[in-house]
Design a binder for this molecule. Structure first.
Ligand code: AGP
Length: 608
């Protein structure tokens, strides 16, 4: 989903070195395998393999391919482990067509079955390969390449930015995009396309943004854009990009963390395109479990904590969220063959989590995994796993991977509820509908609240300590908001279920002490209003993340952030964490901390 694609048509000279260098500039988009194809004298020349770009170059010499036209790909595996056979480009049966793709084809299984029944032979496990065989079929009908791509993408469901070359029309590259990004670069003696501007910025700063639902034909005359909906020509002026290459990697955002916060709607849409069979397999294991442990560290643990409310409220399944580094001490002797341990780890390499997994395996328990990296240790030791498809997360602080984890876990809870018949069909449909709306809701929260949150960070910048409080599933959101603030803005903060305040922590409260309340309008709201009052009575400054139009809580708060109405309780952590992510980010900026590389922290803690 977060792969990088690039290609070029040069007036003269070799395309391969240009492609190789451009893929290096896209490496932050994915790097578990890489490939290139050029066209020369009517033939395709391909080099591809698993491994980082430099590793593959050292073995295959990616600069050594003939021809002035070519396309390339650097991969972030979502379907099919990062092996050579799954690396892009993917070709048709006769090696006459080559395709690179960034995105997720949801209906690839049924397309693949149809194509195999027509005699097509597939080499890879990827969703992408169906595209090259569909285009092969279209060309057989006598269509030109552009028309063939046009009718091929009409059959695709999901997200894609693709580029296609064919030996039959060796002077053309045809691209098309739906949701995944695509941009054209225009130079004196060349035309380029890429997933992101950084790929060609050193070659030209004249870019043409390709909009959703458009097809582009690149040739020696330049580029032509058409609408996929009706084939109509689009005339779009190039724009001059005044970003530095470093800025361009962040799409113009000042930090990767802010870019990744803003990427969440796209990631959440892709998390709704998971392969059904993986979700069903996980659900089956969870359904049969004698007991279920949800094991993780840090942000991933907060996802497990939220999930425990989802599984309990939706599926009537009691689960035990456990901090991984405590698992062996706490449950190492209790876990057994009837247990299921679901390990949640963005990196799939966290030592504490893998230690808990190893303990579970030794006790013959069933180990399941939820991770963002196919090919990570967790995917190799788990009995079954789901890849959340969030793409590389460069910021050390987990943001988009957290909300994607919550989306996957809520889908598992929903499936289990359906399987167990514990929730009415009406309620299931309502929740599924809401889940589909979540990406747009998150987009709206970011669009409408970001500026206000930026001001809040200025207002509270010098506060020395914060509370983050919530009840029910919001206690998990509050824990996550607290972790974000303390890990990137180095602001001391405490988070605990709001009901605990009176059992000790409230002794810290004095006038002006900032308390963030996460309070959607759910079953816990009545009691949380009481918690707000007890803090207010002691002079605390109340910052509330509330449902739009909740006049009662807004009236009690010194500041508030509004989330669109009608968010089901079990899904509320996803939108309600967004303002907390943004607050932590802007506090870090206000305090001159580096949000992308906070001190003392690593992206993946592979030591115990
Ligand atoms: C979260 O912002 C931190 N980067 C950290 O707590 C992280 O969530 C934790 O180390 C777990 O990482 P994992 O998901 O890769 O296992």
């Amino acid at each position: 989903m977060m792969c990088g694609i690039f290609g070029c048509i040069l007036k003269n000279g070799d395309a391969a070195p240009i492609i190789h260098a451009a893929l290096k500039r896209l490496e932050y988009r994915g790097y578990d395998s890489v490939g290139e194809v050029t066209i020369h004298e009517g033939k395709l020349f391909i080099k591809k393999d698993q491994g980082k770009i430099d590793e593959v170059h050292a073995i295959h010499n990616l600069d050594d391919l003939p021809g002035r036209i070519g396309i390339g790909h650097t991969r972030w595996a979502t379907h099919g482990a990062p092996y050579e056979v799954n690396a892009h480009p993917h070709t048709d049966c006769n090696g006459q067509i080559a395709v690179v793709h960034n995105g997720i084809i949801e209906n690839f299984s049924e397309l693949k079955k149809e194509l195999e029944e027509r005699g097509h032979v597939f080499r890879s496990k990827t969703d992408t390969e169906v595209i090259s065989h569909i285009i092969e079929e279209e060309l057989k009908e006598g269509r030109a390449l552009a028309e063939a791509v046009y009718s091929a993408v009409e059959q695709l469901e999901g997200s894609y930015a693709i580029a296609v070359v064919s030996a039959k029309e060796p002077n053309k590259i045809v691209c098309a995009r739906k949701e995944s990004p695509l941009v054209v670069g225009v130079a004196e003696n060349a035309v380029y396309f890429a997933s992101d501007i950084p790929a060609f910025l050193p070659l030209t700063n004249t870019a043409v943004i390709v909009e959703d639902g458009e097809l582009v034909v690149l040739d020696d005359k330049g580029y032509e854009i058409r609408k996929l909906a009706d084939g109509s020509l689009v005339s779009r002026k190039p724009e001059v990009i005044d970003w530095s290459p470093e800025m361009a990697e962040k799409k113009g955002y000042p930090h990767f963390m802010l870019k990744e916060i803003h990427e969440q709607p796209l990631c959440l849409r892709n998390t709704l395109r998971l392969q059904e069979q993986y979700l069903d397999l996980m659900t089956t294991f969870l359904d049969r479990a004698g007991e279920v442990f949800l094991v993780a560290c840090g942000t991933s643990y907060h996802a497990c904590l939220a999930a425990s409310y989802m599984f309990s409220k939706l599926s009537m399944l009691a689960t035990h969220p456990i901090i991984a580094s405590e698992f062996v001490e706490q449950h190492g002797r209790a876990i057994n063959i009837d247990s299921v341990l679901l390990a949640v780890s963005q990196s799939g390499e966290t030592a504490d989590t893998l230690e808990a997994v190893e303990c579970a395996r030794q006790r013959a328990a069933t180990v399941l995994g939820l991770t963002n990296i196919i090919g990570s240790t967790l995917t190799r030791v788990a009995r079954a796993y789901v890849c959340q498809q969030s793409g590389p997360e460069i910021g050390v602080a987990a943001t988009k991977t957290f909300t994607s984890q919550l989306s996957v876990l809520s889908q598992l809870a929903l499936r289990l509820a359906k399987k167990r018949g514990k929730v009415s069909h009406v309620e299931i449909e309502q929740l599924e509908e809401k889940l589909e709306q979540i990406p747009d809701i998150v987009e709206k929260v970011i669009e409408t609240q970001e500026e206000k949150i930026k001001q809040l960070a200025k207002k509270y910048r010098d506060k020395q300590c914060f509370f983050f409080l919530g009840r029910g599933v919001s206690s998990a959101s509050a824990l996550e908001g607290r972790l974000k603030l303390l890990e990137i803005a180095y602001a001391p903060a405490l988070a605990f279920p709001a009901g605990e305040s009176k059992h000790g922590p409230i002794s810290l409260i004095e006038p002006g002490f900032p308390v963030i309340f996460v309070c959607p309008k759910d079953d816990t709201r009545k009691t949380i209003v009481g918690n707000i009052m007890e803090m207010k009575a002691r002079g605390a400054s109340i910052i509330a993340v509330v449902e739009e139009g909740d006049e009662e809580v807004k009236g009690l708060a010194d500041d508030y952030i509004e989330i669109p109405r009608g968010m089901p309780e079990v899904l509320s952590p996803i939108p309600y964490v967004i303002p907390q992510q943004l607050f932590a980010y802007y506090m870090a900026v206000e305090r001159n901390c580096d949000p992308d590389q906070p001190r003392n922290l690593a992206k993946s803690v592979t030591v115990k």
